[in-house]
Design a protein around this ligand. Structure first.
Ligand code: NAP
Length: 515
């Protein structure tokens, strides 16, 4: 029997016991640094000549580990292994596949701090953010395992007299899972296991900046009993080997999470039918965001300011759901801005290994440079009223930055920066607020702070985003509670952690028998 699902609780780091355990875990991870992680193809460890190093973004000199990189030949080998493994894995009972995920969740729960500590070290996540990432990974494992059990007998359809109709879901084939750096455990594990639990086999390509945490997850799945060849670990250069896999005629589906630029490229390449290809590839593409926190004139202004600040600066603004735009009613604009600046100035920026740090570094040099160049753009487009400085001498640190009085069409209000930068824009009235909120190519998350019931109902209809929140910030979706995915250029709205998600990894088959 399936026990009812409730999400993994977050660790309270105000409790001394928890703090001590986490510190011990960080100390343990330090002893693990610098190890090498090979490819895993059909259960076999393969070391390659070409390797990549993974660094601590808070301390550029610290190597987290080295990882072998696949070339096209090894990617082909992984594809063949996944094709072979599919023939047996697809026949496993869904509940037996689910058991592996339940076991993986249990192991990860026991080693929670260890996984979170890798997230601190490799992704620069502060403790709370790292803990939330691990908790979400556990949630995905638990939730998808339960979901597949619900779907295992298909959905009832009508049968006329003398007839027996059935409607079942069958796996697709080999999928390519391509994951981003910003939820290097949760999104990687969630997208990988949704594909696996539904009977597919996969090639997993982790983000270039965060391959070690992915390698640790692959080890965990083996420990949980996943048969060889079901999950093939193929770190590789996205632009070269990624294209090869996306274009491969035997690729049945691609599950991508990352930037709009790469997502659109994959979507286009996958659409082209290759010689020997017998199907149209399915593409799940969850891409960028330009998410807005909207503040109405009668909102609780303290709540509004804190919602803006924590949505903008959690994990240094490197969340697809980050609130990088604040649209505030003119009557309360100055007050909300002032409150937000006061809160922002209190945020601690520094080494994520310290429990007191609110915001760590951004992920790497390219990201640092891109964000700093947007800060220069911001100085032209608005008034810099908080932050604005960076320091990349030891790690890639950027102060939480606020620009005021930015025009709704400015680059700062339109382009995804993916860093700790928020732009404030003033709105005349509620219509104007909705207009600015929807004036973006994206449509991932949004929040409305208001006590006006009519405005809540109107926003439910008019605010065109995949995840809309009232009287809170726009980040922090929980698996099974707030299924996640965006509209427009934010992607295919696959709704990770939701009741429809697994169906994207299967195809429905109707059988009809006449007696
Ligand atoms: P990214 O640069 O697009 O990379 C994502 C993944 O794609 C990485 O594994 C990358 O590999 C790979 N890749 C790059 N070029 C490729 C190619 N030609 N073919 C196949 N794969 C290729 O994104 P990111 O910087 O890691 O993540 C940040 C972005 O993800 C933001 O835009 C954010 O909004 C978005 N995101 C969206 C969601 C959502 O649910 N909508 C969730 C999280 C993040 P390399 O790292 O090796 O280049």
């Amino acid at each position: 029997m399936v026990v009812s699902y409730s999400h993994e609780p977050f660790i309270n780091f105000k409790e001394e016991n928890n703090t001590r355990r986490f510190q011990e875990s960080l100390a343990y991870i330090k002893t693990q640094l610098g190890k090498h992680y090979p490819l895993v193809i059909n259960g076999e460890r393969i070391e390659t000549d070409e390797k990549t190093l993974s660094f601590n973004p808070a301390n550029k000199d610290e190597v987290i580990g080295s990882v072998s990189l696949a070339n096209k030949e090894l990617a082909e080998h992984a594809m063949q292994s996944a094709l072979d493994a599919f023939e047996s894995w697809k026949k496993w009972l869904p509940e037996h596949r689910a058991d592996i995920l339940f076991r993986a969740a249990a192991i990860m729960r026991r080693r929670k701090h260890e996984f979170s500590s890798y997230l601190v070290k490799e992704a620069g996540k502060p403790w709370n953010e790292a803990d939330a990432d691990t908790a979400e990974a556990i949630d995905f494992l638990e939730y998808y395992a339960r979901q597949v059990i619900e779907l295992k007998d298909g959905v009832p359809v009508k049968s006329r007299q003398g007839e027996y109709n059935q409607y079942n879901y069958v796996p697709l084939g080999v999928g390519i899972i391509i994951s981003p750096f910003n939820f290097p455990l949760a999104i990687m594990a969630g997208t990988a296991t949704a594909a696996i639990v539904t009977g597919n086999t996969i090639l997993l390509k982790p983000a270039g900046a965060t391959p070690v945490i992915a390698a640790k997850f692959v080890e965990l799945m083996e420990e949980a009993g996943l048969p060889k060849g079901v999950l093939n670990f193929v770190p590789c250069r996205g632009a070269e080997v990624g294209d090869y896999l996306v274009e491969h005629p035997k690729t049945r589906f691609i599950s991508f999470t990352g930037s709009r630029e790469v997502g659109c490229r994959i979507y286009e390449k996958a659409a082209k039918v290759q010689v020997g290809q017998k199907w149209l590839k399915r593409v799940i593409a969850e891409m960028g965001g330009k998410d807005t926190v909207v503040v109405d004139k009668d909102a609780d202004l303290d709540l509004a300011a804190s919602s803006i600040v924590y949505s903008a600066f959690g994990f240094a603004g490197q969340k697809c759901s980050a609130g990088s735009r604040a649209v505030v009613h003119q009557d309360v604009y100055d007050e909300v801005l002032e409150k937000a600046v006061t809160l922002t100035k209190k945020l601690t920026v520094g080494n994520p290994e310290e429990v007191s740090t609110y915001m760590g570094p951004v992920i790497h040099e390219a990201s640092y440079k891109k964000i700093m160049s947007y800060i220069e753009v911001g100085k032209e487009e608005g008034k810099l009223i908080a932050g604005g400085n960076g320091d990349d001498s030891k790690g890639y640190f950027i102060q939480p930055t606020i620009f005021a009085d930015v025009d709704e069409n400015a680059r700062l209000m339109q382009e995804e920066i993916f860093g700790p930068v928020v732009a404030f824009s003033k709105a005349k009235d509620f219509n104007h607020m909705m207009e600015i909120a929807n004036n973006t190519d994206y449509g991932l998350t949004g929040a409305l702070l208001t006590q006006n019931r009519e405005h809540i109902e109107r926003a439910r209809e008019e605010f065109h985003v995949g995840n809309l929140y009232f009287n809170r910030g726009c980040t922090g979706a929980i698996v099974g509670y707030q299924p996640f995915g965006g509209f427009n250029m934010s992607g295919t709205d696959s709704k990770a952690g939701g009741p429809d998600y697994l169906l994207l990894h299967m195809q429905a088959k109707t059988t009809s028998e006449t007696f």
